[in-house]
Design a binder for this molecule. Structure first.
Ligand code: ADP
Ligand code: MG
Length: 479
């Protein structure tokens, strides 16, 4: 069997979280009434001039610093010319030869626990186009220019990913980073973070890359994985049946699970890039870069490493807890509030707490149980007021709004029984009620120990301290 190698490079568009557009003062307001958020500049009226939004540059610089790139002291905006109804000027302002961010890399965590460094070629600033609306217009198309002029940062990777899973891991890592940095809301459904995937295949060991296809506008991690997997199969089939891959742009159809040709290289646009005469070169001085550096939060990798060291957590746990700044902050508040046992805190934040959030699709900010309240519950496990098992019921009640841990424990009478004589009393009752099992146990049927534990826990409504039950039973069953 012939061995194939997949080669993938991603171009990711992150919509920058500025208040206004990149070259005008119009607001960015997703979901607003069509054509209410576009001013004369966004509409491409004659005689108007673009003015660069400094906040977009600051955000680009933050990304550059976070990926170890060069933030260019001088970069240039260029016109990318093409005709499309949602592009009123007839050109998109982008950066071409001299982008604001050059080089850089991202360390990506793979499923097998290893990591891989993926090179980043560049990141450039550009404006988004408007949107064509194809529904509700009886055979015509509507145009909504609210999105026109929205700032985008296009982040271009080196062709260094070797599987769909690696590509998804890279995309997730970049997504996490831009959201951490606060430069992008990361909302993929609304198109704030989307990806064009360049895919080719070659025989293992071949000195050169194969011809690539570019799959446009993938807006979910799942689609990226499926589209690439489909495309790899398609290209391998083509070559193995004696055909050639043609360089082209393709679209992924999620309903059919396949990619389709959109335009081939011959039909490709010649964008006739040239420097935009309406915009001066972008000059970024050292002070500006230093200010951006000072605004950087603790980055995901650094936070993960600190969590592992400071709290004695595994790399896996540290990774889960630092997946977002919000979850990490929540965890740290629980630990600070409890004051000990960071591993117990980790188990609860990653376990029941996250499970309840996910189940109800809630943000941490509107969780019904806050960090101090969760710590309050853990304190009652620690001081053995309740068992870890009953704590799950208490947590559920807290989530349902029944009050804090102590209130629920009192109200429901869940306080753990740690009084030896009380537990012994229950054990005596159980032994008296099960003479056959007792005889069998004493005749050597050790397995029945579990039966007695179960009976004692049942009779005590789960409240007997499990460790004490074990110890006392061991003694008493001996006779
Ligand atoms: P273009 O200017 O046509 O967009 P680029 O050279 O900028 O092309 O590359 C765009 C993306 O395609 C980059 O992410 C790059 O890593 C990727 N790429 C380039 N060649 C290949 C290839 N043969 N197979 C897969 N990806 C590729
Ligand atoms: Mg490109």
């Amino acid at each position: 069997m012939m061995e194939w190698e997949t080669v993938i490079g991603l171009e990711i568009h992150a919509q920058l979280a500025t208040k206004s557009k990149i070259f005008s003062g119009a607001a960015i307001a997703y979901g607003a009434e069509p054509n209410t958020q576009a001013c004369a500049i966004d509409l491409g009226m004659p005689g108007v001039l673009p003015v660069l939004n400094q906040d977009a540059v600051r955000m680009a610089a933050m990304l550059g610093l976070a990926i170890g790139a060069q933030v260019a002291h001088r970069s240039v905006f260029a016109r990318k010319n093409y005709f499309y109804p949602d592009l009123p000027k007839g050109y998109q302002i982008s950066q071409y030869e001299l982008p604001v961010v050059q080089g850089g890399h991202l360390t990506v965590d793979l499923e097998d626990g290893s990591s891989k460094v993926i090179g980043i070629t560049r990141a450039h600033l550009e404006e988004d186009a408007g949107k064509s609306l194809h529904e509700d217009f009886q055979g015509l198309s509507g145009i909504d220019l609210n999105r026109a002029g929205t700032p985008l940062l296009e982040i271009v990777s080196e062709p260094e990913m070797r599987s769909a899973k690696e590509a998804v891991a890279y995309m997730k890592k970049l997504h996490q980073l831009v959201v951490y940095l606060g430069i992008c809301d990361g909302n993929m459904q609304e198109g704030s973070f989307r990806c064009d995937a360049n895919v080719s295949v070659r025989r293992k060991g071949a000195p050169q890359f194969g011809t690539r296809a570019e799959i446009k506008n993938l807006n979910s991690f799942r689609f990226v994985e499926r589209a690439i997997d489909f495309e790899v199969e398609r290209q391998i089939d083509l070559i193995e049946s004696g055909h050639k891959v043609v360089q082209e742009t393709r679209l992924y159809d999620p309903d059919k699970g396949e990619t389709r040709s959109m335009r081939s290289k011959e039909e490709a646009n010649d964008y006739r890039y040239f420097p935009d005469p309406d915009l001066l070169p972008l000059i970024v001085d050292e002070a500006f870069i230093e200010a951006a550096r000072a605004a950087l939060p603790e980055l995901p990798d650094a936070k993960k490493q600190r969590f592992a060291e400071q709290y004695g957590l595994s790399g896996y746990d540290a990774g889960v807890l630092t997946v977002s700044r919000e979850l990490a902050a929540f965890y740290e508040t629980v630990v600070a509030s409890l004051g000990s046992e960071p591993k117990l805190c980790a188990n609860w934040v990653m376990g029941d707490f996250s499970a309840f959030l996910n189940k109800e699709n809630r943000e941490i900010a509107d969780s019904p149980v806050n960090a101090e309240q969760l710590a309050g519950l853990l304190r009652r496990i620690q001081d053995r007021t309740i068992s870890g098992k009953l704590a799950k019921d208490v947590f559920e009640a807290m989530w349902a709004g029944e009050g804090d841990a102590d209130t629920v424990i009192e109200k429901r009478g869940l306080r753990q029984i740690t009084d030896t004589s009380a537990i012994e009393k229950v054990i005596d009752d159980v032994m008296a009620a099960s003479p056959d099992q007792l005889a069998q146990y004493r005749a050597g049927k050790d397995k029945l120990f579990g039966f007695f534990v179960g009976q004692v826990m049942k009779l005590s409504k789960g409240k007997a301290n499990p460790q004490q039950v074990n110890d006392l039973l061991m003694e008493k069953l001996k006779g």
